[in-house]
Design a binder for this molecule. Structure first.
Ligand code: ATP
Length: 216
């Protein structure tokens, strides 16, 4: 089974890292592939560059063999579409390998606006992680997909290549990249929200408006 977990990771933080480990254990898989999206430069002015986000992820996951970086969306450039990424992986993995996309309820609630969203359940299983304070809107396409495709248990996802939707509610850390960027811009500490090595490089590279010596 191949499991991907996408996001902007601007920057990666302990909320992302814990979620990935919780999902790997819930699904009994050895690896979760983190897929940072490419952000077109005009949208990324105040954040980190794609290369910097990749490097922060590399450093954050270095001690953990269960977490793997997949650079394909950044390497492809342009806007990143999950359907393209899943098609690419499907071609690599072959038709029979279960492929899983992990997404939080906040991101999944706008699923009906994703490019080619109707294709996605044909390409992969969807694991929806409940983020507190982010319920799926009743009657939304996202809620309907979860209802109609609901898996009975995580083991179901191993039984076919795509098509199930599974809801997980692991304990999550209430951390967001937005909160981290805001703290840095306000001159506050982000220690313990993201790994020390990420803090050190935010500081060294003066990301998100950091002043020298502030973030560590
Ligand atoms: P931002 O605040 O910039 O929107 P974010 O911290 O929410 O960023 P993203 O890169 O947008 O992170 O999120 C990628 C994925 O990680 C999404 O599916 C989102 O639901 C999930 N996610 C983000 N933060 C957490 C967290 N603290 N715990 C669990 N999942 C999270």
């Amino acid at each position: 089974m191949h499991v991907i977990y996408g996001g902007t990771f601007d920057p990666i933080h302990h909320g992302h890292l814990r979620l990935a480990l919780e999902v790997s254990e819930a699904l009994s898989v050895a690896r979760i592939h983190l897929v940072p999206s490419h952000i077109p430069p005009h949208r990324g002015e105040t954040g980190a560059s794609a290369e910097q986000r990749l490097e922060l992820i590399r450093q954050a996951i270095a001690p953990e063999p269960a977490l793997v970086l997949d650079e394909q969306e950044v390497r492809r450039g342009g806007a990143s579409f999950t359907a393209d990424t899943l098609r690419h992986l499907r071609a690599e993995l072959g038709p029979d390998c279960p492929l899983v996309m992990v997404v939080g309820t906040d991101a999944f609630s706008s699923f009906h606006r994703w490019r080619e969203w109707e294709q996605i359940p044909e390409l992969a299983h969807i694991v929806v992680v409940q983020r507190p304070g982010s319920e799926l809107p009743m009657g939304s396409e996202a809620a309907r997909i979860l209802e109609e495709r609901r898996a009975g248990c995580p083991a179901d996802l191993h039984s076919r290549p795509a098509g199930f939707a599974l809801e997980l509610a692991p304990p999550l850390l209430d951390i967001s990249a937005t909160g981290i960027r805001q703290r840095i811009a306000a001159g506050r500490s982000v220690r313990y929200l993201t790994p020390d090595v990420v803090c050190q490089n935010i500081d060294a590279w003066k990301l998100y408006g950091a002043r020298s010596g502030q973030v560590r």
